[in-house]
Design a protein around this ligand. Structure first.
Ligand code: ASP
Length: 309
């Protein structure tokens, strides 16, 4: 039997250490553990990596603490526009959605795009129509509302800045969520979901739903889910770049991920992190920010729930 493993993240923009209270930290850790366990149990009972990453991300979307699903950040129009993607490393099938509103679990909509449509990426109204046809749960604006996220928006609304420009000292800039997993059969998968950037406008889409940028999986190399300044992660084709270094330079999973996060993305001017696994069940979770909400668990006994370096 193959080593099986899962890693999750809740974004690379943590509260700065001074603002994190013991109660808040406990809340984050509990939410991360709950999502991790949901995915791990699926792997333990012989389920697929794709099912495991979807379940873990759904649980993170259902928590108001992270910028995905419930608790998503506000756009310039005081609405929520969410993006998500999923990729199966065995078949290289993928599904993605962007600019969707009111969908409880965007990752499951991305999954349906992968499984039930002939397309890879659906956006906006069309994605919403597809969601209705496939009976996806809808929620009203109250469900997605989070006081902390609203406050972040109030501070920069009516300006041209979006959360990327926001003061570093204050807050959780990047709260995107993601999961990567390797199952008992050595198949891997990745899923990513986000509300994007606070005060975004013009239909802005980040890296999270873009296959190869914020999310990628291929059994031959690795499964990757990213979080960070999406504009830079798109230009760096970050998730695929990690896979390329493994494939063409024969780098290890950990070395390839560090090279991209600690050197290539930084050189472009971007900040953030990623989680990755390979078909041997190895895990790596590098970031170049002060912290990244993250957790991992493997059948070899590895288990970690961490926030800061
Ligand atoms: N990468 C996401 C985006 O640009 C933001 C995040 O990681 O929180 O939409």
């Amino acid at each position: 039997m193959n080593t099986f493993s899962i890693a999750i993240h809740g974004g690379a923009g943590t509260l700065v250490k001074g603002m994190m209270t013991p109660e808040k930290e406990k809340e984050y850790r509990t939410a991360l553990s709950y999502a991790l366990d949901g995915g791990y149990k699926i792997l333990e009972s012989g389920g697929t990596a794709t099912d495991a990453v979807e379940e873990a991300v759904k649980r993170l979307e259902d928590s108001h603490l992270f910028n995905a699903g419930k608790g998503s950040v506000f756009t310039a129009a005081e609405t929520h526009e969410m993006d998500a993607s999923i990729m199966d490393g065995e078949t290289l099938n993928a599904g993605a959605v962007s600019l969707i509103s009111g969908i409880k679990n965007p990752v499951s909509l991305a999954r349906d795009v992968m499984d039930k449509s002939e397309h890879v990426f659906l956006a906006g109204e069309g994605a919403m129509e597809f969601a209705k046809n496939n009976e996806h749960a809808l929620e009203n604006a109250d469900y997605f509302y989070d006081e902390f996220r609203h406050q972040q928006w109030v501070e920069i609304k009516d300006t041209d800045s979006f959360q990327l420009d926001h003061a570093k000292k204050k807050d959780s800039k990047f709260g995107t969520v993601g999961a990567v997993a390797c199952d008992k059969n050595g198949n891997i998968a990745a899923a990513t979901s986000t509300g994007g950037m606070t005060n975004k406008k013009f239909g802005r889409v980040g890296d999270s739903p873009m296959i190869g940028a914020g999310n990628y999986a291929n059994n031959e190399t690795c499964a990757v889910s990213c979080t960070g300044s999406g504009e830079y992660f798109i230009r760096g084709v970050v998730a695929y770049d990690v896979a390329c270094l493994i494939e063409h330079k024969e780098m290890s999973l950990a070395d390839a991920a560090v090279e991209v996060i600690s050197s290539r993305v930084l050189k472009l001017g971007g900040d953030g992190g990623l989680i990755a696994v390979n078909a041997k069940g190895e895990i790596t979770m590098p970031f170049n920010t002060e912290g990244m909400y993250r957790a991992c668990k493997s059948s070899t006994g590895v288990q970690e729930v961490s926030i800061y370096k």
